[in-house]
Design a protein. Structure first.
Length: 267
């Protein structure tokens, strides 16, 4: 009688133990957690480099092996994040969950999902959102550049996302790296509204792609310029009205006048 309840509850402590260990590795600040997070950051950068070089490497014999190896890493990350999530609904509602699922599909069945391969570039955004990147910026005294780096990351993600979409749908048959260069060249010319016209996307889809690229691209470009030019602001919620962004040397909240007492290092 006593063996049955024990066997029924036996897997539970193991899952809870595994969940705690993964949460410690992903969110912890001890030496082991930092090492794990740095390793995952470098793995993400290596995966991104492989994705960018993919059009040139796809004819090589080792390409499929690396492809499935990266698929295994992304599958591990998906499983780990599902375990450490508060609940399954939270995990399913995260945008990066679905992006990683699509990326995993493009790696496992590239012949059917190659048109979605451009979504792989969203790994840049995932890297920029890493808490480890924020921690490294503040530890190296570059916390004031967080907004600039985030704006640069958003602009780069959009640039390469559109270039990947254009490549997948219009230049995929080109030999080697030339097709991707043409796609990137078209994207940069469109975002900057230069419009040389030497490379034009055919059909209705091409025109719609150019329209969306110009509208969103120029907005992100202006946002990047604002992040570079405007004064540095810190995140510190006002206890009185809740305004969270203030000048670094602010004494009073500009919305309600409440004394802020923003902590700093006395620099």
């Amino acid at each position: 009688m006593t063996d049955e309840p024990l066997s029924a509850t036996e897997p539970r402590p193991f899952i809870e133990r595994l969940r705690r260990q993964l949460r410690g590795l992903y969110f912890g600040r001890d030496r082991e957690a930092i090492r794990f997070q740095v390793a995952m950051l470098f793995i993400d950068i290596a995966i991104l480099a492989f994705f960018v070089a993919g059009p040139y490497l796809r004819t090589g014999p080792a390409y499929v092996i690396v492809d499935y190896f990266i698929a295994a890493i992304i599958a591990f990350e998906l499983s780990a994040r599902a375990l450490i999530a508060p609940n399954l609904r939270y995990w399913l509602l995260r945008p990066m969950t679905w992006v990683d699922i699509v990326i995993l599909g493009t790696l496992l069945v590239p012949s059917h999902l190659h048109n979605f391969a451009f979504l792989r570039v969203l790994r840049i955004w995932a890297i920029s959102q890493s808490k480890l990147v924020t921690l490294m910026l503040y530890r190296t005294g570059n916390g004031d550049k967080e907004d600039i780096i985030q704006a640069c990351a958003n602009f780069l993600v959009f640039l390469f996302l559109v270039a990947g979409f254009v490549y997948s749908n219009f230049f995929y048959g080109a030999e080697g790296f030339a097709g991707f260069v043409d796609a990137l060249y078209f994207t940069v010319a469109t975002v900057t509204t230069t419009g040389f016209g030497d490379i034009v996307l055919p059909g209705t889809l091409g025109k719609l792609t150019a329209i969306v690229t110009m509208i969103i691209g120029i907005s992100l470009f202006v946002r990047l310029a604002q992040a570079i030019v405007r004064p540095y602001k810190v995140t510190f919620p006002c206890p009185q009205c809740g305004l969270s962004r203030h000048d670094a040397d602010a004494v009073h909240c500009k919305a309600c006048g409440h004394v802020l007492n923003i902590p700093d290092e006395g620099a």
